[in-house]
Design a protein around this ligand. Structure first.
Ligand code: SAH
Ligand code: AVI
Length: 476
């Protein structure tokens, strides 16, 4: 099995080190040890979800897929089965299928059965056990199978057998949702480079839906997801000499409507001290260890993400509820064109939708004083904000442009499109650094149903310090 060279993880949590760490990790420490020490020393404790997947974690993920609540595996597999022959027509003769996070390769089998023209298969996974167990060669004797064990966010080099073949990327499972937006962009751009100009990228993405369905999927009654979550602690115990008491933590899955994601946490049941990786960590009762985000998408948000990474959407297949999507992406042909030209091309396919009972939008004057701060500075201060409420999304404050210090904003060439509101333009706030890139948006020519938000700006709560409302009533 080919392995990817591990790159040194870089991290910056100086404050955390000082508080809880007795000695710093050495170069000889594993990536896992380094990540555990960094993540458990941080002010808000966190661990990267890729460490879920040792042998036990990979098996638990498969077991999650068999629970009645976790619809993504079932629904995506059924969607692939239903449209396999249609999807297969987009795969050229002699292609190499490159799968990111292949796990048990169960969905791959559906694709391989429908597309016998695939000559080679490169499953890439961080879990060597999952790769070894998948063992596709037995059932597909004519297929050249070259597994690659490693982190797909590291620099990937495809095996020599892939050279000269058209590459078809396959990234099912909505694993793309486990990235932050910045990580997803970095990953999709690097895959665009890796697969080349004539490639196809098939991605499975879970779609935003009602909270009850989402939360149940990550909180099955049998408790398999809880075991999967706690396996992270068990793995620390096994591999890093940890002494976590698994019963001293609760599994928690919550829907973050503002950021369109399910968050998984482990919540400490009591004040406790834990040792692991030659370090000591203090947990307060109720303190959370954030273990995973699972972002959910809309067709529009996914197309926008893909476009920013050099991919254009060529086909989409969406299941009945609970909705899950498979997108077929092609490299943007217009890489050399200025971004305005690229936008004109996408505008040709825009649809316009009018708010209604299935997608209500309301806009009301906000009687409160609303202020927005970035890097300690007040960037907006108004008594004339408009509160826009849209379908299942969190309420958004639209602030009149005249009440925003426009000298602190910098226009970017980022654009998105909302079928209900129109074209959306963005600004960064240089004072806020990387966190405040594209922190501000505006609909300069909003559709009629939301005309009131013209000349107003809105701010992403997680890209500014605070959006505060003082609930006193408006004076004069
Ligand atoms: N594709 C399968 C499995 C999804 S589970 C399906 O759709 O059912 C996510 C898979 O991605 C796991 O097998 C896990 O080991 C792998 N994975 C997660 N993070 C990874 C990373 N950074 N690099 C490589 N593989 C990763
Ligand atoms: C792999 N990944 C997309 C799964 C998800 O839904 O985020 C992992 C998972 N976490 C909890 N249940 C399943």
């Amino acid at each position: 099995m080919q392995t990817l060279g591990s790159t040194a993880s870089s991290f910056n949590q100086a404050e955390g080190w000082k508080r809880t760490v007795s000695s710093e990790p050495t170069a000889a420490d594993s990536d896992f040890a380094v990540a555990v020490v960094a993540g458990l020393s941080a002010r808000e404790k966190t661990l990267p979800p890729k460490y879920f997947y040792d042998a036990a974690g990979s098996e638990l993920f498969e077991a999650i897929g068999r629970t009645p609540e976790y619809y993504p595996t079932r629904v995506e597999t059924a969607l692939l089965q239903q449209f396999a022959s249609e999807i297969a027509t987009g795969i050229p003769e002699g292609a190499v299928l490159v799968e990111f996070g292949s796990g048990a390769s169960n969905k791959t089998r559906v694709l391989l059965d429908a597309a016998p023209q695939i000559a080679a298969y490169v499953p890439i996974d961080i879990s060597e056990d999952a790769l070894a167990k998948a063992a596709l060669s037995r059932d597909y004797p004519k297929l050249l199978v070259v597994p690659v064990a490693g982190d797909f966010t590291d620099a990937i080099r495809l095996p020599a057998s892939a050279h000269g073949r058209v590459k078809v990327g396959f990234f099912p499972g909505s694993t793309v949702g486990n990235f932050t937006e910045a990580e997803a962009l970095r990953f999709l751009r690097s895959v665009r480079q890796l697969l080349g100009d004539n490639s196809v990228l098939l991605i499975g993405a879970d779609l935003v839906k009602d909270e009850a369905t989402l939360v149940a999927a990550y909180n099955d009654v049998e408790g398999i997801t809880a075991r999967f979550n706690k396996n992270l602690l068990a793995r620390i115990n096994r591999e890093l000499g940890g002494d976590f008491d698994l019963d001293a933590f609760d599994h928690l899955a919550i829907w973050n409507a503002e950021l369109n994601r399910i968050e998984m946490h482990l919540v400490s049941r009591a004040d406790q001290i834990v040792n692991a990786a030659k370090h000591t960590f203090a947990f307060k009762a109720g303190e959370r260890l954030h273990t995973e985000d699972s972002h959910k998408f809309t067709t529009e948000s996914f197309a926008d993400l893909a476009a920013q990474a050099g991919w254009s959407m060529s086909r989409e297949w969406i299941s009945a509820a609970p909705q899950f999507a498979i997108f077929s992406l092609a490299p943007q042909r217009s890489d050399s064109l200025p971004s305005t030209a690229r936008r004109t091309r996408t505008m040709e396919t825009k649809s316009i939708k009018v708010p209604g009972p299935n997608h209500p939008i309301s806009i009301e004057p906000n009687p409160a004083r609303v202020t927005v701060t970035v890097a300690g500075r007040v960037i907006a201060d108004t008594r004339n904000a408009l509160t826009l409420r849209e379908a299942g999304y969190a309420a958004v404050q639209y602030i009149p442009q005249k009440d925003v210090d426009m000298t602190l904003l910098k226009r970017t060439d980022h654009h998105t499109y909302c079928p209900y509101k129109g074209d959306c333009a963005y600004y960064s706030i240089p004072l806020g650094g990387d966190r405040s890139v594209n922190a501000v948006w505006t609909y300069e020519a909003p559709y009629a149903a939301v005309a009131a938000i013209k000349d107003h700006l809105a701010f992403y709560p997680d890209r500014v310090d605070a959006i505060e409302e003082q609930k006193e009533s408006k004076k004069g």
